[in-house]
Design a protein around this ligand. Structure first.
Ligand SMILES: Nc1ncnc2c1ncn2[C@@H]1O[C@H](COP(=O)(O)OP(=O)(O)O)[C@@H](O)[C@H]1O
Ligand SMILES: [Mg+2]
Length: 224
């Protein structure tokens, strides 16, 4: 559950997002737009990785400007490239790192690692050096590192872009099974099947905001 009020942002070189007011309450929300249209910046606003120059962003009732740390506990973020996400040498240590940061007791850290590795069939890879995992395993690992923290919402920035067909299907199946709110930036139009709502960005503005079929049609008309 997110609320953006009159949000504008720039990085010092012209507007990146302009005048965005939107509430995001649906369980599955997709974000489309051409390269450079502001999708990643929008995604990063949602968990306070970026605080807007103007306007306010809140997640589950908390402002990202004044309460960023609490927001990041509620809102997990999955980067396009898992190498930006995985900070520890092994899968197990990486998941533990996030959980320890939450201040969880060691027994809880251990039991959550077990639960997540088993649920996603990665237990056999727990102590393998992360750099030896395949791209698909790494992306899944990045996702479960976030899921282990049990956020209330998950924001993903083009999570399937680097994956082959099989791993893409697997990741989408994992996402489909989640109870949490999912907000996914993507160029993968088929991945939006079954979503509740899709936002389309164009040059930093909200160009369309509709059910997937309508939004995708407007996006196609825009880029063709
Ligand atoms: N950290 C940053 N510093 C400077 N410019 C940035 C930064 N992040 C994004 N931009 C610029 O903002 C615009 C929108 O970028 P982005 O949000 O990444 O769009 P998208 O994800 O849709 O490709 C681009 O012109 C990009 O160069
Ligand atoms: Mg992007």
């Amino acid at each position: 559950m997110f609320a953006l009020e009159n949000v504008s942002h720039d990085f010092g070189e012209g507007p990146v997002l302009t005048g965005i007011t939107v509430r995001l309450a649906e369980r599955r929300i997709g974000i489309l737009g051409a390269n450079g249209s502001g999708k990643s910046t929008f995604a990063r606003l949602l968990n306070g990785l970026v605080v807007p120059r103007e306007g306010t962003v809140s997640a589950f009732g908390r402002s990202t400007r004044s309460d960023g740390k609490a927001v990041r506990r509620d809102v997990g973020f999955v980067f396009q490239n898992p190498d930006s996400q995985i900070v520890m040498p092994t899968l197990e240590e990486d998941i533990a790192f996030g959980l320890k940061n939450l201040g969880l007791p060691p027994a809880e850290v251990t039991s959550r690692i077990e639960a997540e590795l088993n649920r996603y069939d990665l237990a056999a890879h727990r102590s393998r050096p992360v750099h030896t995992l395949s791209g698909g395993q790494k992306q899944l690992a990045a996702l479960i590192g976030v899921l282990a923290m049990r956020p209330r919402a998950i924001v993903l920035d083009e999570p399937t872009t680097l994956l082959d067909h099989r791993n893409r299907k697997r990741l989408l199946a994992v996402l489909a099974g989640l109870e949490q709110q999912v907000i996914m930036v993507t160029h993968d139009l088929e991945a939006l099947a079954g979503f509740d709502r899709v936002l389309v960005f164009e040059e930093g503005r909200l160009f369309a905001d509709a059910a997937p079929e309508d939004a995708i049609a407007r996006y196609r008309a825009l880029i063709d």
